[in-house]
Design a protein around this ligand. Structure first.
Ligand code: MF3
Ligand code: CO
Ligand code: CO
Length: 281
């Protein structure tokens, strides 16, 4: 989710998340509600499994979008991204986001964009199933990609999991960002600041904002029954992004590669349940 334009907040590192004192806290789901989120999460995973099978050189991002739309409908769900509006943006025109190479996130599926050998592309899906959102993305490598790109994709996946592993009842939002940032920067990358993970459930994007950088022991306390996303975007070059004139596509300012992975998770007493996890992950 895009940070609101508030320079102080965006720059304040681990202090940015004040969800603990927020008027709109992250809801604690009942066991039945958690089952609703489990089903939505499972569907997001299944949609991405379908994408994994069809994606490759010569496939357009519009064809990926169509496959996502078909799979989503056939499961009795709708695509939350379609027509989505956020802080005055135009309605999002796709059923998923397809973000190629230097596109950080929110890339718009395009008939004119056939994927080529060597591309990396993040596909981000959010089925809305029986009132619940399952939000997940993976970065796919098209054919043979450069060693640098492969390393970025793998390390971004690893960074996401390091963040996930910090979470349990009583842990704090800043612990997640710290784990991700420490690893990413040790590998020589930079972590995108303008977009964050977010609470999700009956509403697509809710508090808390899950920053992918920060200070351990700070921010909102996480409690069993909360559901939110962890979705680091990690850049080979500078962390800053620009938004293209379409109002959505976020690109790196220096044209260098960016990768992203996203899971929706449920906090449990002693850890997490990763609702969008695939069987072979
Ligand atoms: N799925 C994205 C996220 O992870 C949000 C996409 S909104 C869209 O939060 F409108 F761009 F699709
Ligand atoms: Co998300
Ligand atoms: Co997403």
């Amino acid at each position: 989710m895009r940070m609101k334009k508030n320079k102080k907040k965006a720059r304040s590192g681990g202090r940015a998340s004040r969800g603990g004192r927020s008027k709109s806290p992250c809801p604690i789901l009942s066991p039945e509600e958690a089952d609703g989120m489990r089903a939505a999460g499972r569907l997001a995973c299944e949609i991405l499994d379908v994408v994994a099978e069809m994606i490759g050189p010569g496939v357009t991002t519009a064809a990926v979008d169509q496959a996502v739309d078909e799979m989503t409908r056939s499961a009795g769900a709708t695509s939350a991204p379609y027509g989505y509006v956020n802080h005055g943006t135009p309605p999002f025109p796709g059923h998923c986001c397809t973000s190629v190479n230097d596109v950080v996130c929110h890339g718009i599926p395009d008939e004119g964009r056939a994927l080529r050998e060597g591309d990396i592309v993040n596909v981000d899906v959010t089925p809305l199933l029986n009132g619940w959102h399952g939000d997940s993305s993976r970065t796919f490598m098209i054919g043979d990609v450069s060693p640098v790109a492969r390393r970025l994709v793998k390390d971004t996946w690893h960074a996401m999991w390091l963040g996930i592993r910090t979470v349990k009842d009583g842990s704090r939002v800043g612990d997640i960002g710290h784990a991700i940032q420490t690893f990413a920067e040790a590998q020589g990358y930079e972590v995108v600041r303008e977009f964050t993970g977010h609470g999700t459930g009956r509403v697509f994007h809710t508090p808390p904002s899950i920053l992918h950088y920060g200070t351990p022991g700070t921010g909102m306390h996480l409690r069993a029954g909360m559901t939110f996303t962890i979705e680091p975007m990690i850049n080979l070059g500078h962390w800053k992004t620009d938004i293209l004139d379409d109002g959505w596509t976020a690109v790196t300012v220096d044209g260098k590669l960016s990768a992203q992975w996203e899971h929706t998770i449920l906090v449990t007493e002693d850890g997490v349940e990763v609702l969008t996890r695939s069987q072979d992950e």
